[in-house]
Design a protein around this ligand. Structure first.
Ligand code: AMP
Ligand code: MG
Length: 398
């Protein structure tokens, strides 16, 4: 049995739920224009070398050839850097320009509240005196309430109190260190979402040394807010790209779905496939996004930024990326991080139990799995044709 097939067997045995394997004929896109691709991790040089350059250019241009252009299809676009991320928002129609400026203002406002590295932000003020009762903005409160709810729902796989560990590894400062076991054990005492107390517009943490980190959820909250602002202004077609967080408002101006490419974790210039969406968020978490390598006794270990809150170490459950598709950008963001920590089997169980989202997984042997709700909207790339479909048990009757 191949390693690839092993994975299927594991799912069947553990969950009583068969997975079917399909290897469709090589995929030929019906139209080469209109791809959207998550660019966050591609350096400019590697990107320009790769074929995805074509995809990016076409993604944000009015479409011609395949689709007739008209005034209503002329995009307005803003680009900004916030939350340590390059953000691009594209919207169509007469309301687009003003609505995009409003969205820009909101993104900058949210960054000034949520940043863990800015001392004057809500999160910075909480972290500087954790046990004090700190008053925060209603948006911070709303995000914290939802993040804590999702932390409990994911049984702590999502945990917004991992910041002491994130700092110990040197991710915020980019001065990377590998903490020793004793240090990790000490810091784990400071981790636990249940040690966060929310009052009426206030936040306090149980112990000194604790600290909050909204890195796993802030962009999801922000993309939801942008979608709300654009929709309320009357925009019916827009694409919000906050790094790896993509959220669509409606469809493309011609009524066809947006096409979101999922990066190949092993090759920054390639993609595993394309997911077509209308009005949905598509969010990817991957171990290739932020990491450093450590060499011990000739062996190289990758230390990446998604921490398993149980072990205090980078999650190491066989996944290299998780993409979550949902109507709710915040939920997609929270779940992509949490499912990465869970690993494939547990994540599949979670999907079956909770519902409300679909997911694509890439495992460390390069296999791709999609939940069955993505069947029909997922197209593998030519260079990555094989994938497997994870089926919900209650839809399997034989
Ligand atoms: P994402 O890219 O959305 O998966 O979020 C990863 C970021 O969230 C990291 O850079 C950390 O700042 C933070 N983080 C890492 N591990 C966790 C975790 N298990 N739960 C919550 N936040 C985390
Ligand atoms: Mg996330």
């Amino acid at each position: 049995m191949t390693k690839h097939a092993d994975r299927v067997t594991i799912i069947v045995e553990a969950g009583r739920f068969p997975a079917k394997r399909i290897f469709p004929a090589a995929y030929a896109p019906p139209c080469s224009r209109g791809y959207i691709t998550d660019m966050k991790l591609l350096s400019k040089s590697s990107f320009l070398r790769g074929g995805l350059a074509v995809l990016l250019v076409f993604a944000l241009l009015p479409l011609s050839g395949c689709e007739a252009a008209s005034d209503a299809q002329t995009p307005s676009e803003i680009m900004l850097t916030a939350m340590d991320t390059v953000m691009t928002l594209t919207a169509y129609g007469s309301a687009a320009e003003n609505a995009l400026e409003e969205a820009r203002g909101e993104l900058l406002r949210l960054e000034s509240l949520f940043s863990a590295t800015k001392s004057g932000s809500d999160i910075g003020r909480i972290n500087s005196v954790p046990t004090a009762t700190t008053s925060v903005d209603p948006s911070t409160m709303e995000l914290l309430e939802e993040a804590l709810r999702l932390s409990a729902l994911t049984d702590g796989a999502l945990d917004i109190t991992v910041y002491p560990l994130i700092t110990a590894y040197g991710f915020p400062s980019k001065e990377y260190i590998l903490p020793d076991d004793a240090e990790i054990d000490r810091l784990l005492e400071l981790v636990g979402y249940e040690k966060v107390s929310l009052g009426s517009g206030t936040v306090s943490l149980e112990r000194n040394g604790m600290a909050l980190d909204l890195g796993a959820v802030a962009k999801g909250y922000a993309s939801n807010r942008c979608a709300e602002i654009l929709s309320e202004a009357g925009v019916t077609s827009a694409l919000i790209k906050l790094g790896g967080n993509i959220q669509a408002v409606g469809s493309k101006p011609d009524g066809s779905p947006w096409r979101v490419a999922v990066q190949n974790p092993a090759d920054a210039s390639g993609y595993v496939g394309v997911i077509e969406v209308s009005g949905l968020a598509v969010v990817t978490s991957g171990s290739y996004e932020r990491y450093f390598d450590v060499e011990t006794d000739g062996a190289v270990r990758r230390i990446h930024h998604i921490i398993d809150p149980e072990t205090g170490r980078p999650a190491d459950n066989g996944l290299v990326s998780v993409t979550v598709v949902s109507e709710d950008g915040l939920l997609a963001d929270a779940y992509s991080t949490a499912l990465f920590v869970m690993g494939l089997e547990e994540a599949c169980e979670f999907w079956r139990e909770q519902g409300g989202f679909e997911a694509l997984f890439v495992t460390d042997d390069g296999s791709v799995y999609i939940t069955e709700g993505l069947e029909g909207s997922y197209s593998p790339s030519d260079s990555y044709p094989g994938y497997e479909i994870i089926i919900a048990w209650n839809l399997y009757s034989h």
